[in-house]
Design a protein around this ligand. Structure first.
Ligand code: UT7
Length: 382
């Protein structure tokens, strides 16, 4: 598709819960082991929201971090798109709440839902608004707190997910300087029941709350089927996005896939002929953070100095819907903050979490039990 204007990403940011829940912590809740989880998924730990943390709160943190990275003020943003499947409320939208909190009075704001592929969809929608010349600066956020929709007695699902938010700032450019090179989006509604959260939304009161047990409202998944879908969908999406972007897969420096399972990521990379050093992953530390996972993985890799600038990056997502999609990006963005270490809000929460992970094991598992995972089992029991 021909655009009147180009678009580039000028900022990336993160918003993370404070509490870390390790695989060992989960052995107190379900019949599992650190070894099983690490071997089958690559996950070591994940962040889980405490009672007082919300999807909106994490989205605001990610937005502020991305704006600081880009070196711009909130009042220059003209559109905010939040991709989420787990908003705090049906409305007002998460995007409207972010708009108010970051001081972006001129910005239009709306949420959209494409499960774990949401951030790729949102990037593509943002690109259309910039490409048509409607807006110059668009803030795109992916946020999910699946922990509130998990059955903490189901070892097939509760070990996989983490909570978090990630954000990108998009800016219009001359068409020659376009850096969002190509996006490719797909969906298959016939696979919707392979990964879903039933009895939520307007279906819940309609059926009568008393007939529905809390456990009927938790995420349900056919893990094997999603696994097979993903290892095919990722290479397909990458190849198509590369075709639309006018680059070859061999021109890709890094792939930033949705962080669901390291085995899926490696199997898809093998099919594409990508080497392990080209894979940007943090599934070991974050688990599957759904719509947030792609920006969170890229944010962390940049923070750790693992991304060359400039470079060509392929972002690729897959998930419920079913949905899948990919974006090829020429990455040139550089953190505008003074590099003699200003601690951002996102880093503060990350450092606080790291510090809390450094405390003695007993103390940590006590606080985690109190603050997160066991809280969920208590909720279920109620
Ligand atoms: O955003 C997209 C979200 N979802 C995904 O990406 C999920 C994609 N699928 C997967 O990642 C994998 O299918 C899983 C990690 C969910 C499961 O791995 P798997 O290698 O496909 O295992 P499985 O479901 O075939 O189960 C193998 C065994 C079973 O026991 P039996 O029947 O062989 O005795 C399970 O009951 O492992 C058992 N099992 C567990 N054992 C210990 C399942 N979950 C656990 C667990 N701990 N947490």
């Amino acid at each position: 598709m021909k655009f009147a204007c180009g678009a580039k990403i000028i900022g990336v940011g993160a918003g993370l819960p404070v509490s870390i829940v390790t695989n060992d912590d989960l052995t107190q809740l379900v019949d599992t082991s650190d070894e099983w989880i690490k071997t089958r998924t690559g996950i070591r730990e994940r962040r889980i929201v405490r009672e007082n943390e919300t999807a909106t709160g994490l989205a605001i943190l990610a937005a502020q971090d991305a704006l600081a990275f880009a070196g711009i003020a909130g009042d220059t943003i003209e559109l905010i798109i939040v991709a989420t499947s787990t908003p705090d409320n049906l409305y007002p939208s998460t995007a409207c709440q972010v708009q108010g909190a970051i001081g972006a009075p001129r910005a239009a704001a709306f949420d959209m839902e494409a499960a774990c592929t949401g951030i790729v969809y949102a990037l593509s929608v943002g690109q259309q608004f910039i490409g048509s010349g409607t807006y110059k600066r668009v803030l795109v956020i992916g946020v999910d707190i699946h922990s509130r929709f998990l059955n903490w007695e189901d070892r097939n699902t509760c070990i996989l997910f983490g909570d978090g938010a990630g954000a990108f700032v998009l800016e219009g450019t001359d068409i020659e300087d376009n850096e969002l090179l190509g996006t490719y989006l797909r969906a298959d509604g016939n696979g919707g029941n392979l990964l879903w959260i039933p009895n939520t939304g307007s279906n819940y009161p309609h059926k009568g709350a008393e007939e529905i047990k809390p456990v009927d409202r938790f995420l349900q998944m056919n893990g094997r089927a999603i696994y097979e879908f993903a290892v095919n969908a990722v290479p397909e999406a990458v190849r198509h996005a590369c075709g639309l972007a006018g680059v070859e897969v061999k021109d890709i420096d890094y792939m930033v896939p949705h962080q669901a399972n390291i085995r899926i990521i490696k199997a898809a990379a093998d099919r594409l002929g990508l080497k392990s050093e080209q894979l940007v992953t943090n599934v070991d530390e974050m688990g599957n953070t759904s719509a947030a996972s792609i920006p969170l993985a890229l944010w962390q890799a940049i923070k750790r100095g693992n991304i060359r600038t400039p470079s060509t990056i392929c972002l690729v997502g897959f998930g419920g819907g079913l949905t899948w999609g990919s974006a090829v990006v020429r990455w040139t963005a550089v953190d505008q903050r003074p590099q003699e270490k200003v601690e951002t809000e996102a880093e503060k929460t990350e450092n606080a979490a790291t510090e809390s992970s450094a405390v003695a094991n007993d103390e940590k598992s006590d606080s985690i039990k109190k603050d997160s995972a066991a809280e969920k089992t208590a909720e279920i029991a109620r």
